[in-house]
Design a protein around this ligand. Structure first.
Ligand code: SF4
Ligand code: SF4
Length: 97
């Protein structure tokens, strides 16, 4: 399942950098979760990191995106494959040679 952020969000900014899939972003008024990127942290962590850290517990399951653990793992594999396919930044030149 993907998770979602409700309007109880206080925009405290702490969840966004914790997401391993870059699924959390600032929406029009509050933070939002891209359901196509959220794997409920499957593949990265045992527990959803945003839920762990949110001080007001406003991140429930998104009822519009109910997915099995297997589907979430497939999503994780797709996301990491996409990331790996991106061009890597050139490595820094070695100094003093
Ligand atoms: Fe990101 Fe994990 Fe939260 Fe989903 S559950 S939004 S993958 S931190
Ligand atoms: Fe909103 Fe919770 Fe994220 Fe803070 S941690 S920005 S309250 S969803």
């Amino acid at each position: 399942m993907a998770l979602m952020i409700t309007d109880e969000c206080i925009n405290c900014d702490v969840c966004e950098p914790e997401c391993p899939n870059d699924a959390i972003y600032m929406g029009e008024a509050i933070y939002e979760i891209d359901p196509h990127k959220c794997t409920e942290c499957v593949g990265h962590f045992d527990e959803p990191q945003c839920v762990q850290i949110c001080p007001v517990a406003c991140i429930p399951i998104n009822p519009a995106h109910v997915e099995s653990r297997e589907t979430l793992m497939q999503k994780y594999e797709r996301l990491t494959a996409t990331k790996a396919a991106l061009p890597q930044p050139p490595s820094a030149p070695s100094a003093g040679v």
